[in-house]
Design a protein around this ligand. Sequence first.
Ligand code: 6CS
Ligand code: FE
Length: 306
Amino acid sequence: MNILMKDLYASRTDRTSAIIARRDPVVYGGGAYADALASAQVASYERDGFLMLEDVFSEDEVQGLLDEVKRMSADPSITNLEEAITEPGSDAVRSIFRVHQLSQMMDKLARDPRLIHVARQLLGSEVYMHQSRANMKPGFKGKEFYWHSDFETWHVEDGMPGMRALSCSVLLTDNNACNGPLMLLPGSHQQFISCQGVTPDNHYKKSLKKQEYGVPDTLSLQLLAEQGGIQAMTARAGSVVFFDCNTMHGSNGNISPWPRANVFMVYNSVENTLEPPKYGLAPRPEHIATRKSFDPLVPLDATVTA
Ligand code: 6CS
Ligand code: FE
């Protein structure tokens, strides 16, 4: 295969696990495309692969968002859709995908200046929504999300070309040590962990409940954890965590009585739009990976030009 065709981030091939140095920038255009973050915050994101902004949304705003996701997860016209994923072994709602199109409030959240301009600044371009979801992680029943790199899945199963996307997690409930907060490996975004195993057809039907392919090997995970430690992103509701598409992350199950509800907005650069999935895989459904339109999202505070 000539060098032009070589996939920098090959994974789930016949090869054993491998650690591949990231070849893409973390922050594009030097963070000059928008001025949502101060330079120290941009530098922190570039170093760690994530950035926490505390108390971005007011208590009233968060309550409104939480009521909205609770409404959606109790609405049969939504829970009967493919967008709604239940927890393994129960009918408790685990995730609702494509919330930015199922809910006007979530559409506004996706385009909120406090979120979208951070994404535009870090990704150095206009952005569109690759995927949105509400992860409910209900008390007692919310199961874990094992360690993974989102980009590994989005590259192999969605044909995302490069590492020019990021997730923005809006905390709708307090995330504390007891209810399964998001855990991130600082610095892990700089290494791509190539995973073993060949992706089964329709993998998403299982992976969104419990991921079994695209799961990093324990030796690579141990190396990343020993290099940069593990950071649990505990914070009050209303805080926001931005993390790079390749930052290794996971979260434990929730055996506390308190839900750990977060909304995730995945912004992809309009310069990084999806190509066909790898290895002849069938494209995943639209509600998991946007393909129909890569039109940039319009920020709520955009001035309408005549
Ligand atoms: O496959 C995906 O796109 C989803 N899976 C996980 C575990 N994280 C990213 C995303 O929600
Ligand atoms: Fe993930």
